[in-house]
Design a protein around this ligand. Structure first.
Ligand SMILES: [Mn+2]
Length: 256
């Protein structure tokens, strides 16, 4: 099996990072590494990361450079050919997930990005519509198959070949947060690849990777990021990978 480099940025919220590292430590694979990028945490995160050994690697930033730059930084340190970008507030309940990801990437060579959550349609304004796919132990998912094609993969978990990550131009650091996942999904798509969600149960504990920005400031930032995204993708969107049957079903659900 080709090896995996798992990149997990963190900024404070040490209890989430501890649980995340604990769940990754149960993976019994030899060719895997976990790169934690500490974005200048001020709590016990830095101390905790120093206690990790073996397959864990630690990258220490003096200040918070944000999630997106931390992802690219982690990727530049990766030793293996498959990159997994993951939030520190995600727990995957199937410890065999690295094999499933690696097998999927091997068997479907049209794959751009593989995730755990995504949407079949993205509108011109960047919002999702149609069937949103989610699968976790807490929320009952609507994904019935082993995998499904999506237009965009959510940034809570994104796996891709390093070769493709480099070919499509990495994460766009023009965004400071939000939209980076939709952006890279679309970049994979326009380069001829397809994006997928696998049916692997997980829990996303929410907002742990984000910094401590107040809600009103976050809304302003989201609007700014949204404008960058729309400007960049307006001539290409919407992107809809639903079947004709699904589109009709969704339409009926909405209007009848
Ligand atoms: Mn998160």
């Amino acid at each position: 099996m080709e090896g995996l480099s798992v990149i997990v940025p963190c900024y404070n919220k040490v209890e989430l990072t501890r649980d995340c590292a604990g769940s990754l430590a149960r993976i019994r694979l030899s060719n895997i590494e976990f790169i934690f990028v500490d974005n200048g945490s001020t709590d016990d995160t830095t101390g905790f990361l120093k206690t990790l050994t073996g397959k864990f690697r630690n990258c220490q930033n003096q200040e918070n450079i944000g999630l997106i730059r931390a992802f690219n930084q982690g990727a530049s340190l990766a030793r293996y050919g498959t990159l997994v970008f993951m939030h520190n507030d995600v727990i995957i309940h199937d410890w065999n997930w690295p094999d499933r990801i690696a097998d999927f990437l091997k068997t479907r060579d049209d794959t751009g990005i593989v995730g755990l959550y995504g949407a079949r349609k993205i509108r011109r304004d960047g919002s999702f519509t149609g069937r949103c796919i989610v699968h976790s132990k807490l929320e009952s998912g609507n994904l019935r198959n082993d995998y499904m094609e999506v237009a965009v993969v959510d940034g809570l978990f994104m796996a891709m070949k390093k070769k493709i990550y480099e070919e499509i131009g990495k994460f766009d650091e023009g965004y400071t947060m939000h939209y980076y996942d939709k952006d890279i999904s679309l970049k994979a798509y326009i380069n001829g690849y397809r994006n997928y969600v696998l049916n692997i149960p997980f829990t996303h504990r929410g907002a742990g990777t984000r910094s401590t920005i107040k809600p009103e400031a976050d809304t302003a930032l989201r609007d700014k990021m949204s404008n960058i995204f729309i400007e960049k993708w307006k001539s290409f969107l919407p992107l809809d990978v639903r079947t004709k049957g699904e589109r009709i079903k969704d339409w009926i659900k909405k209007y009848v």
